[in-house]
Design a protein around this ligand. Structure first.
Ligand SMILES: Cc1cc2nc3c(=O)[nH]c(=O)nc-3n(C[C@H](O)[C@H](O)[C@H](O)COP(=O)(O)OP(=O)(O)OC[C@H]3O[C@@H](n4cnc5c(N)ncnc54)[C@H](O)[C@@H]3O)c2cc1C
Length: 467
């Protein structure tokens, strides 16, 4: 069965956040067979499907949502520049396969701005104060690294130096909620210390959701087609969806750890408790973006300025101002505070953003707000959160998720031991799962001892981006 550029759309309406799909061929019936079925059209699923296609095997991706990208989702319609509702930055520009593919696809890739500032009340931190913060963050990171070499895994918060002074809360926000979606008290020192450097950030001007959609253009996939039941255990596997059942020799499941743990997909026989427990341990943190279109320049900030504040409260945020020189300003909220706030709904999120900006800049921000939009990833049924992070004792769960379950293979950011929580880790995990599945069905030889594409070294300073 050769299927090129064949898309299936059972939902009638496309949303404004799926701009990259125009002009595609829709309406082909769901195939009854494939070599490998991929569940989920996020970064991991698209990477897996492309790898399977490269091996000349038949693949079909089934996606529950009505658009491609999963937690990489670009809204190109609401504001005058693309608004990345999910991931905004890739990392490791020299080795990142997506950056190369993006350029080949004619998309614009560029490094994140270095215009980062800290507010102390209504003024900018002085150079010496910024240095103090950076030193505090480096000391906090070092303490986490040192603790990760101890016998027992503990929380990052429990090992922070006690003398971070006025910068303790800011360091906690930058290293915890803002970096992982969870407060440091909920983050394992081992998971944090194993995370590769995420400072050399690169973005895509058209948006990362657009990028994933573009990279999926030759991939056969069915939108609005949730996998409801996976029957495995024999030689083959069957994936049931509302549009019919697909028989295959293997399946790759890329849904988030929260979706897997929620039991939204039924497995027969049941998925082993070992993997289910691992998914539950790697629960997703909370990370949301509040977008404000502001008229004029009420904050007095420049294009792509990034602002955090000196704060000893979790009720804080990160601002990306005038994205790409536009009137769009985005306030990121995360961790326990972000979770509570997003639980209150979009109106409360916008109210917080306006109040926070007014506190820091003292101007009448409310009068300048022309249009707003806020994400609520915890309530998004096919994600149920932002990014996985392990609690103390949870780091080994990542490796457990990579163990094959018969002819079912798990992929997705949570399955990556060092690039967890990132689009890069999701992509690499998809390629890895595809290779394992191809090997299982006899489409590849024995594994080559290929070195990891991304260097292991990861000194996490804070000289780079805050977000
Ligand atoms: C607000 C936010 C900001 C972020 N910022 C960054 C960043 O700047 N840089 C970075 O590297 N990472 C960032 N991340 C994390 C990054 O987005 C994720 O790590 C990555 O996109 C995960 O990709 P994935 O393929 O593993 O999972 P997903 O993108 O979740 O893909 C899984 C897919 O499975 C689908 N699915 C679910 N259930 C079913 C079912 N039953 N049947 C079929 N399909 C199903 C989902 O709809 C989804 O499309 C951010 C995340 C959020 C939410």
């Amino acid at each position: 069965m050769a299927m090129t550029r064949r898309r299936l759309l059972s939902a009638a309406a496309m949303t404004a956040v799926a701009p990259a799909l125009g002009g595609r061929a829709w309406g082909a019936p769901l195939p009854r067979e494939a070599d490998i079925v991929v569940i989920g059209a996020g970064a991991a699923g698209i990477a897996a499907a492309r790898r399977i296609q490269a091996a000349n095997r038949r693949v079909i991706v089934v996606e529950a949502a009505s658009q491609i990208g999963g937690r990489c989702l670009t809204d190109s319609a609401t504001f005058d520049v693309p608004f990345d509702r999910g991931a905004r930055w890739m990392h490791n520009p020299e080795t990142n396969p997506m950056a190369r593919l993006a350029r080949n696809a004619g998309l614009e890739i560029s490094a994140a701005s270095l215009g980062q500032k800290i507010r102390i009340g209504q003024r900018n931190a002085r150079a010496g104060e910024t240095e103090e913060f950076l030193a505090a963050a480096v000391r906090a990171n070092r303490a986490i690294d040192d603790a990760s070499r101890g016998k027992a895994d503990v929380s990052c918060a429990s090992v922070l130096p006690k003398n971070l002074g006025d910068w303790a809360g800011t360091a906690e926000f930058v290293l915890g909620a803002n970096a992982t979606g969870k407060d440091l008290r909920d983050v394992s020192v081992m998971d944090k210390a194993r995370a590769q450097d995420r400072n050399a950030a690169i973005g895509c001007r058209q948006g990362l959701g657009v990028l994933i959609a573009r990279l999926s253009e030759q991939v056969p996939l069915a939108l609005s087609t949730p996998a409801s039941h996976i029957i495995w255990g024999g030689r083959d596997v069957a994936v049931a969806t509302p549009a019919g059942k697909i028989a295959a020799r293997a399946a790759i499941v890329t849904v988030s750890s929260n979706v897997l743990a929620a039991g939204n997909i039924k497995f027969t026989p049941e998925i082993p408790k070992r993997q289910l427990d691992a998914a539950a341990r790697l629960s997703l943190g909370s990370y949301d973006r509040i977008a404000l279109q502001l008229s004029g320049s009420p904050l007095g900030l420049a294009r792509d300025d990034v602002i955090i504040e000196q704060s000893n409260s979790t009720r804080t945020a990160l601002l990306s101002a005038h994205i790409g020189g536009s009137s769009l300003c985005v306030i990121d909220v995360a961790g326990s505070f972000g979770r509570d706030l997003s639980g209150e709904g979009e109106q409360a999120m916008v109210a917080f953003a306006v109040e926070w900006l007014t506190k820091l800049f003292g101007s009448d921000v409310a009068a300048a707000v022309k249009k707003t939009s806020a994400t609520r990833w915890n309530a998004s049924p096919f994600a149920l959160g932002a990014m996985s992070v392990a609690p103390p004792g949870g780091q080994p769960s990542r490796k457990i998720l990579t163990e094959p379950i018969g002819n079912v293979f798990l992929a997705g950011e949570a399955t990556h031991e060092t690039l967890w929580g990132t689009i890069d880790g999701a992509w690499e995990s998809g390629e890895r799962a595809a290779e394992a599945a191809l090997r299982k069905i006899g489409a590849l030889g024995e594994p080559a001892t290929a070195p990891s594409r991304v260097p292991k070294q990861r000194r996490r300073g804070t000289q780079g981006k805050f977000n």
